[in-house]
Design a protein around this ligand. Structure first.
Ligand code: NAD
Ligand code: UDP
Length: 347
């Protein structure tokens, strides 16, 4: 019996593949490499000394997705595949809705056909919109402020309906806060295309001189230093959360949402200071205006995941910054250097 990991070559997917393999699971990866490199999977194999099948398939390609279920004995799916850039989703909403929502509809349709009813879905704290208070718990009201967030919200609602229609389904909706960091080996990490939108990859690219300075988006929020506060979580802690969610959905049916965060918020300036300490490099920055659509403060109440999944984030901000720095300094061009590398991919 195998776990199908859609989007397994991506940032969070590759780290989760390592933890799944280390825990003894058989995995199959499906990815179209639209935002990742096959090299990340070579490195997953190198880190774990284990092999697995990889399908270079687009989730929108129903015929080939079905082949994966025909050819393998799949027990559960961890569904990472999706597009995630907020700004891009505003520019090309139809593409985002089609990729994220239609891709998921095709996946769950085929899962039903092959009697596979266990799915862990990558949702996001963005489904809380502009929360009225912090910390945020799972029962807060949900809303979306951009097409990316709306695609996550719609998929959550679809999965709720799917469970209502057939109680065999067992579904975990994992609402990630802000994943950063990298595997401690420095071999896999976040590999953004072009200029990063997110804070940590922007900081790491400033640290190696690829970008000149960080622009801090606003210093007039009602936070202790006026800059935006977020709940940063180490990607390896996040990966462990998937294993715990998987264990849970394999033992009961239902649909449950879980916040995966640390419960602690850090401001932009605190992150700059923590990264400077970890890397022993100065991060030049200047204060600019607020970014449209940003909220001041966002951090999780992660107690439901601790209570029900037995999961809790273990790694602190120092480790997150040290691991981000190691990955960036050892791979200044991400997986680029190896872009011609060929993973042993099927189809
Ligand atoms: P990522 O872009 O690194 O990984 C996503 C993977 O999915 C990529 O390898 C991409 O090639 C693949 N993919 C996209 N569309 C596909 C399709 N139609 N068919 C097959 N493969 C496809 O992103 P990530 O940071 O690892 O995020 C994983 C998931 O978690 C995404 O769904 C994302 O929306 C969600 N998420 C991410 C964050 C974050 O800050 N990184 C926060 C909250 C939620
Ligand atoms: N941020 C910033 N400069 C940047 C990128 C981000 O000041 O170049 C701030 C942003 O306003 C927010 C925090 O850093 O307060 C985290 O932003 P990110 O985009 O990483 O996550 P999100 O806002 O989606 O939670």
């Amino acid at each position: 019996m195998a776990i199908l990991v859609t989007g397994g070559a991506g940032y969070i997917g590759s780290h989760t593949c390592v933890e799944l393999l280390n825990a003894g699971y058989e995995i199959i990866v499906l990815d179209n490499f639209s935002n990742s490199s096959p090299e990340s999977l070579n490195r997953v194999k190198e880190l774990t000394n284990k092999n697995f099948k990889t399908y270079n398939i687009d989730l929108l390609d129903k015929v080939n997705v079905e082949k994966v279920f025909l050819e393998n004995n799949i027990e559960s799916v961890i569904h990472f595949a999706g597009l995630k850039a907020v700004g891009e989703s505003v520019e090309i909403p139809v593409h985002y809705y089609h990729n994220n929502i239609t891709g998921t509809l095709i996946l769950i349709d085929i899962m039903q056909k092959y009697n596979v009813f266990n799915i862990v879905f990558s949702s996001s704290a963005t489904v809380y919109g502009a929360p009225k208070q912090v910390p945020i718990s799972e029962d807060f009201s949900l809303s979306a402020t951009n097409p990316y967030g709306r695609s996550k919200l719609i998929i959550e609602e679809i999965l709720n309906d799917v469970y209502i229609s057939n109680n065999n389904w067992s579904i975990a909706l994992l609402r990630y806060f802000n994943p950063i960091g990298a595997h401690e080996s420095g071999r896999i990490g976040e590999n953004p295309n072009g200029i990063p939108n997110n804070l940590m990859p922007f900081i790491t690219q400033v640290s190696i001189g690829k970008l000149q300075e960080l622009k801090v988006f606003g210093s007039d929020y009602s936070t202790p230093d006026g800059t935006g506060v977020r709940d940063y979580i180490h990607v390896v802690d996040l990966a462990h959360g998937h294993l715990k969610a998987l264990e849970k959905i394999m033992t009961r049916s239902g649909v449950e949402a879980y916040n995966l965060g640390t419960g602690k918020g850090y401001s932009v300036l605190e992150m700059v200071a923590a990264f400077e300490k970890a890397s022993n490099r100065k991060i030049p920055y200047s204060i600019g205006p607020r970014r449209t659509g940003d909220i001041g403060e966002c951090f999780a109440d992660p107690s439901k995941a601790e209570r029900e999944l037995g999961w809790k984030a273990e790694k602190g901000i120092e480790e997150m910054c040290i691991d981000s720095w190691r990955w960036q300094s050892q791979n200044p061009d991400g997986f680029q250097k190896d872009k011609n590398s060929i993973a042993h991919v099927l189809v």
